[in-house]
Design a protein around this ligand. Structure first.
Ligand SMILES: [Ca+2]
Ligand SMILES: [Ca+2]
Ligand SMILES: [Ca+2]
Length: 260
């Protein structure tokens, strides 16, 4: 198989066709699913060990919506997650069952969706809308080696796959007893649409009552390319396609920051 480095640059015509197709699809209406995250005064230690007080008595959310590919058996992939927040970050604990962890492409910018990865979708102001080549929202692909990748405008405004490693700290570990679950913890700093890649940027200070756009998904590859893409929110297909989160924040759910 030819492994082509993914360095997308989209011309004006392609952008125009994409924006038209999003607008024409009616996909600009926000996904009305609402989730809540509770404030935490002592944030979890990001070490892939889920024994933090921050995770005790917090509701699990499932990742059972098929976004692309075939529907996996539970042993092939199943996943669920918890969320907390404080002023500095949104905290995520994902519990993943996956029969084969796969990092085929060493280059983090090459076909990163065809390696196992946790995909964290964040829209700071919950506006929804196109985020393909702008910073209206992010679709962070969290790789097994903890690299963080998304498509966004580079210094010239071109849409390219780039690293955003300073946006997300993460760590994962396997539980050592069957079914050998993976616990993956992340601290996600939230950036709004004033973000400029390669410049000095400050994350938002999170506050009670904020309403973010949020969604979580897992790209499951088992030694070859991606087979399953399972997420937390049901997506209304556009022309049969549910794989929309990487470009359209309107398919994200709403996350309300509660407490303090
Ligand atoms: Ca921990
Ligand atoms: Ca699998
Ligand atoms: Ca896998």
């Amino acid at each position: 198989m030819t492994r082509k480095r993914f360095k997308p640059v989209f011309n004006t015509l392609t952008k125009a066709v994409f924006i038209y197709s999003v607008l024409a699809s009616g996909a600009t209406f926000a996904n009305m699913t609402e989730d809540e995250a509770a404030y935490v005064s002592t944030p979890p230690v990001i070490d892939g060990i889920a024994d933090d007080d921050a995770w005790k008595d917090v509701k699990w959310n499932v990742m059972s919506s098929q976004m692309w590919g075939t529907l996996p058996e539970a042993t092939d992939f199943s996943g669920r997650y918890k969320l907390r927040w404080d002023e500095r970050a949104l905290y995520l604990l994902a519990e993943i069952q996956d029969d084969h962890l796969s990092d085929t492409y060493a280059d983090p910018l090459e076909r990163y969706w065809d390696d196992d990865c946790l995909e964290i979708f964040i829209d700071a102001d919950g506006s929804g809308g196109d985020h393909f080549n702008n910073y209206n929202a992010f679709a962070y692909h969290l790789a097994l080696d903890n690299q963080v990748v998304d498509i966004g405008p580079d210094e010239n405004g071109d849409a390219v796959a780039q690293l955003y490693n300073d946006h997300v700290d993460s760590a994962w570990k396997r539980d050592l007893t069957p079914p050998f679950l993976v616990y993956w913890e992340a601290a996600i700093r939230v950036f709004d649409d004033s973000y400029q890649h390669g410049k000095d940027n400050s994350p938002l200070t999170l506050k009670k009552g904020m309403q973010l756009g949020f969604m979580l998904a897992y790209c499951d590859a088992d030694g070859k390319d991606r087979e399953h893409f399972m997420g937390s929110h049901e997506i209304t297909p556009v022309n049969g396609d549910k794989n929309l989160g990487f470009k359209d924040a309107s398919v994200f759910g709403k996350l309300i920051l509660k407490g303090r």
